[in-house]
Design a protein around this ligand. Structure first.
Ligand SMILES: Cc1ncc(COP(=O)(O)O)c(C=O)c1O
Length: 371
């Protein structure tokens, strides 16, 4: 029994977020990054109190950086100066705005497919050009590939996903050091999306800016504390990027949700024991799905990752378009690998932040659909 076994499926189906509204009710939704959990009690209290007070006005700058500092100090021993951070409406808008700060219009921005699909979309929306440096077959950074991509992206930037969505790889401090060397040599600025950092299940998380001083990182409680609908995020500059981030136009914070910031601050301040339960539940769910797949979908290839709540599963041995067939024949919704990068056709991303019953049923549907 884990925290994921506490909200019954009938109650989850009353939720109206995209996970629960995109497909008809006979489809089991194991796709988008939302968790099937009860909300952290301190967040419920803080948001309820805000509503009681009518505290639904504009957000005042600074709350998020101050809220983040003790949390990351405790988790990673990372000292950040709250005064240098900047509130941004959410991680992707923050990433696009930071990329706009550190590069010229039309500049190249490197990404590592397979990667969170909006990376490419937001880079293009920001008027920059996507340069692809695929991960290696092991789902980790390929430094040779990065070297040649950075050579083509000189004067541009690199949008790093740390930990990586969808493979769950947590970049080591050696890897980050090598990235920093390459970035300096090729004059590429590093912007790190660290939204999944609190979801490291094994090993240590090294904050990017502690290794690459002119990087800028983006943080949010939205993934780890299941607050995607209560948007808020914060940009954190490395010691050599403080002046750059200070140039972020003041109007950007006008898009910050005050209620979101209240929720995120409560999660950071008082959500540690809830987060520990989530991490325990995810480790248990990784083991569960590993056993279920081995028994019922034996040609599936998957390594339980060190972070995130995804299983990035290679189903190529079962033929083309597995996600379409899972939906059509198994009534199971997963994310299609190809949306993370064309070379990932044949992979699917299964959301592990779900109950034992849901994951057991998901793998049963996989077996039925893939035959
Ligand atoms: C790597 C990554 N970045 C950003 C986001 C979205 O964050 P936000 O809603 O704060 O833009 C997600 C959501 O799943 C994600 O996985």
């Amino acid at each position: 029994m884990t925290i994921f076994d506490t909200v019954p499926l009938v109650e989850l189906r009353e939720r109206t977020s995209i996970k629960w509204s995109q497909y008809p009710p006979d489809v089991l939704p194991c796709w988008v990054a939302e968790m099937d959990v009860p909300q952290p009690a301190p967040v419920v209290r803080a948001v309820t109190e805000a509503m009681r007070l009518g505290d639904t006005g504009y957000d005042a700058e600074g709350l998020n950086g101050e809220a983040l500092a003790p949390f990351v100090q405790e988790l990673y021993g990372w000292e950040i100066d709250a005064a240098t951070t900047r509130s941004v409406p959410d991680v992707m808008i923050g990433a696009a705005e930071v990329l706009s700060l550190v590069t010229e219009r039309g500049a190249p921005v490197v990404i590592n497919p397979p990667v969170y699909p909006p990376f490419a979309q937001f880079i293009e929306h920001a008027g920059r050009r996507v340069v692809r440096a695929p991960l290696g077959d092991d789902g980790r950074l390929d430094l040779d590939v990065l070297d040649s991509a950075f050579a083509r992206a000189s004067g541009g930037a690199y949008l790093l996903c740390h930990p990586h969505n969808p493979t769950g790889a947590v970049h080591t401090s050696d890897e980050l050091g090598a990235v920093g060397d390459l970035a300096r040599r090729h004059r590429v600025r590093v912007v790190a999306d660290e939204i999944h950092a609190p979801l490291v299940l094994r090993g240590a998380f090294t904050p990017t800016t502690t290794v690459i001083p002119d990087a800028i990182a983006l943080h949010s409680a939205s993934k780890a504390f299941n607050l995607a609908g209560l948007k808020s995020a914060v940009a954190v500059p490395g010691p050599d990027a403080v002046d750059d981030l200070a140039r972020l136009p003041e109007i950007i914070r006008h898009g910050v949700s005050h209620l979101g910031t209240i929720a995120h601050a409560a999660a950071y301040a008082e959500g540690r024991s809830w987060l520990a339960e989530v991490l325990d539940g995810l480790r248990a769910n990784q083991a569960l799905v590993e056993d279920l797949l081995a028994a019922q979908v034996p040609k599936a290839r998957w390594e339980p990752p060190a972070a995130t709540y995804f299983a990035w599963i290679d189903l190529r041995a079962y033929g083309a378009e597995p996600s379409r067939r899972l939906l059509q024949h198994g009534r199971l919704a997963v994310n299609d690998g190809a949306t993370f990068g064309a070379a990932a056709e044949g992979y699917v991303r299964l959301n592990l932040a779900a109950s034992t019953a849901t994951l057991t049923e998901a793998v049963r549907r996989m077996r039925l659909a893939l035959g």
